[in-house]
Write a protein that binds this ligand. Structure first.
Ligand code: ADP
Ligand code: ZN
Length: 735
């Protein structure tokens, strides 16, 4: 072939044609990585097709072949095309999202830049105080580095501090930190063997479930299953035995779990059964990820465990993909390509004739409806292995607080129960889906909340660092003494996990309390350390956000308190009830995992809401029936599809005008009524990081309507100025 069409890492739908130099004619095949010159720069690209059709314009020659072996199989190229079309992403960025950074850049990922604190701690603290206010990004990066308690990779620190490299390089120039180039020493993936554990003898229910999955695997055809089983019902044991069969047949399997559940314990459970397990997640260094990816590509790993992007693991013979906790929002990618790993996994399994196994105690309504309509097969595990009753549940109505008493975050009822449980030497989990000390700071006199200067969102006070933070852009500052408008002092109100922890310490001074949220869990291993302390009974009360709601199994937890069920219920999103249900059901599953029994107490201002009631009864099916009825009426997913376009820019009027023009253009095109267009309207968070945001939402009963909408938006002329158009198909959240 004389020509190659290549995809560049650019937000462009088209591919570019280059001539293949004589010497490379046989080596350039679809899927190989090449280097080309584009706008006078040498850039990496992926060859998507080769052909002999000479274009009408003069073509440049391709510069080099990065490595002889294709990085993408024809199936993976096809999958990337599917993703690009479905989500309105460019093929180049989609292909790049499927490759680890080190593989993509053609490097061997052998050296990385690591940031180490340099001066002594006291000097750094002084420097940090000086930088605050003047150089907030530098101050933040420095603080996060110290909090991590170990050197961090430069890229990692940038990500955590939400900044580019330059503030950190400035810190290095001022000799506060040192940038060290080190050879990455990748861990050997198959080292430290752990003792082999034999398969468990399955219960009757598990046997039936496994049988159905094994039958499908044996046919070598694509099938989809939804394993709907309460927590502790033995789903993981079924996964393990299904995986055994796949491995025995000489195929590979991918197990996708939410990032947060990808703990050493989880991995150990798989490694105790399988020798060749590869792990792909965000805490690996570039070099480690590179090494794992290569091993998978060579077929040296049988079972691949990973977060969302592991759906692209380059397994040569894929037999099975498992998505555990398939309802979790973290399977949806938040930047382009904004894919959902469940949908990508389904399509990949279809292309590769593999079996897809989704598992959850609270399935996503999309997955559940698929099963109801016969497009997948539901398999149920209704009981916990070894019995284990569900906990008793109590709803504490926060509306019932006696007037005149100070509203406490821990009701009298909850405190009485805690007293009782702690006196018996048992453990308590307190859950609240909101971090920080207070939700916000309000001016006592004019009632105006203290807002982020860059975003249209209230700042949250964090007492540990004595500062207010923006949870969106990372801005932080001191809490001003007085309101800028009326000079009256600020009042803190609302509450987050930090304040709950405080309250527990006040009421139960002898209890050992730990908190787990994204503020306290920044250091590597912190998550593990807290869970181990809790497991070893060195902690009596664990306070946390949804981080503690997942898959943890502690026999001595006999009380779970949900400090407020209202945080998710109040989110302006059609999924609010579903999210509340699944969160409450998961949290409630944490109590009473042993014969000691357990109690779940939920504090709420919406005690009669069906999501609250039914979650506590563990009645997913009734919940699903109600909620699906409502969704069907309104044409929301799974009965319709949504896509959202955010039009944003630093000048409000520009963004607003572009949004209105887009809307008008779409109006003409949508005359056939199959797509409903809503907006433009200011997004619920109207400004983030100095960007004014407007959105337009498309809703259609048919996928084809959304695909058409996506095509129109993608081909829409670029708005003038600095206005950007972001497209999110099947959005998760509309803020
Ligand atoms: P799930 O994944 O549904 O939460 P698990 O597979 O983790 O459930 O099972 C819960 C507990 O029961 C685990 O400790 C597991 O080892 C144990 N278990 C699962 N299946 C069996 C079985 N057939 N016999 C004995 N113990 C089992
Ligand atoms: Zn902000």
């Amino acid at each position: 072939m004389q020509f190659a069409d290549v995809a560049l890492h650019l937000p462009l739908d088209q591919t570019f044609t280059y001539a293949i130099p004589q010497g490379l004619r046989s080596a350039i095949v679809p899927g190989v990585r090449v280097r080309v010159s584009f706008q006078n720069r040498v850039v990496g690209a992926t060859c998507v097709t080769t052909h002999d059709r000479a274009p009408s314009f003069a073509v440049k020659p391709l510069l080099a072949l990065v490595e002889p072996k294709p990085l993408f199989t024809p199936t993976m190229l096809r999958l990337a095309r599917w993703i690009a079309r479905r989500y309105g992403a460019a093929i180049g960025e989609t292909l790049d999202a499927a490759l680890p950074f080190a593989v993509r850049s053609g490097g061997q990922g052998r050296s990385i830049l690591v940031v180490e604190p340099l001066a002594d701690r006291a000097a750094l603290d002084t420097a940090m105080t000086e930088l605050e206010g003047k150089q907030p990004k530098q101050a933040r990066a420095l603080r996060l580095l110290l909090e991590a308690g170990e050197p961090l990779e430069l890229r990692e620190l940038c990500a955590r501090a939400k900044t580019g490299e330059s503030p950190i390089r400035t810190l290095a120039k001022h000799e506060l930190v040192k940038l060290v180039k080190t050879a990455a020493k990748p861990k050997d993936m198959f080292s430290e063997p752990i003792p082999h554990e034999p398969d468990k003898t399955l219960t009757t229910a598990q046997t039936l479930v496994l049988g159905a999955v094994l039958d499908a695997i044996a046919t070598g055809r694509h099938r989809e299953f939804l394993l709907f089983g309460v927590t502790g019902s033995g789903k993981t044991e079924v996964y393990l035995q299904a995986l055994s069969e796949v491995v025995r047949r000489g195929q590979q399997a991918i197990v996708l779990v939410p990032e947060i559940a990808l703990t050493p314990q989880t991995v150990a459970r798989f490694r105790a059964r399988f020798r060749r397990v590869a792990v792909l997640h965000s805490h690996l260094t570039d070099a480690e990820r590179h090494q794992q990816w290569r091993a998978i590509q060579r077929g040296e790993a049988d079972v691949i465990i990973g977060a969302r992007s592991a759906v692209f693991a380059p397994t040569p013979r894929l037999g099975l993909v498992i998505l555990d906790e398939e309802h979790e929002s973290t399977f949806k990618q938040q930047n382009s390509p904004r894919y959902h790993a469940r949908d990508v996994a389904r399509t990949r399994c279809r292309f590769e004739r593999a079996v897809l196994l989704l598992g959850s105690a609270t399935p996503a309504l999309e997955s559940y409806q698929r099963a109801l309509s016969g497009r997948s097969t539901v398999l149920k595990l209704k009981e916990r292995v070894g019995g284990g009753a569900f906990p008793d549940t109590i709803v504490a109505d926060l509306n019932q607080v006696v007037p005149g008493t100070r509203v406490r975050f821990l009701s009298d009822r909850l405190r009485a129960l805690m007293d009782h449980v702690l006196a018996r030497g048992e453990q308590v989990i307190l859950f609240l889906n909101r971090r920080g000390f207070a939700t916000g700071a309000w001016c006592n006199a004019c009632g105006v909340p203290l807002k982020c200067p860059h975003c249209d969102i209230a700042l949250v006070f964090h007492r540990r660092i004595g500062r207010v933070l923006c949870h969106y852009c990372g801005h932080e500052q001191r809490l001003p003494e007085t309101c800028a408008t009326c000079q009256k002092p600020f009042r803190l109100s609302g509450f987050g996990t930090e304040r709950v922890e405080d309250e527990v310490r006040n009421f139960f001074p002898r209890a050992r309390v730990a908190r787990m949220d994204s503020d306290t869990m920044k250091a590597r291993g912190a998550h593990e350390a807290v869970l181990t302390a809790f497991r070893e009974r060195k902690v009596d009360v664990l306070v946390g956000t949804q981080m503690i709601a997942k898959g943890l199994d502690f026999p001595d937890v006999t009380l779970v308190g949900v400090v407020s069920a209202d945080t998710t219920l109040m989110i302006p999103d059609y999924r609010a009830a579903e999210r509340t249900f699944s969160l409450l059901a998961q949290v409630a599953g944490r109590a009473g995992r042993s014969d000691k029994g357990g109690i779940v107490l939920v504090q709420t201002r919406n005690p009669d809401h069906f999501a609250v009631r039914l979650a506590l009864l563990h009645d997913f099916e009734t919940f699903a029936r109600y909620e699906l009825d409502a969704r069907r009426k309104d044409g929301y997913p799974p009965f319709g599809h949504l896509a959202r376009v955010v039009i944003q820019g630093p000048i409000e009027a520009d963004a607003e005008r572009a949004a209105a023009q887009l809307r008008d253009g779409l109006g003409e095109w949508c005359a056939d009524d199959t797509v409903e267009i809503l907006g433009p309207a200011p997004a619920p968070i109207a400004k983030i990081n100095e960007q004014y945001r407007f959105h337009v939402i498309a809703k259609s009963r048919h996928r084809s309507g959304i695909t058409r909408f996506v095509r129109v938006v993608r081909t829409w002329p670029r708005p003038p100025g600095q206005v950007r158009v972001l497209l999110d198909v099947d959005p998760w959240g509309m803020l």
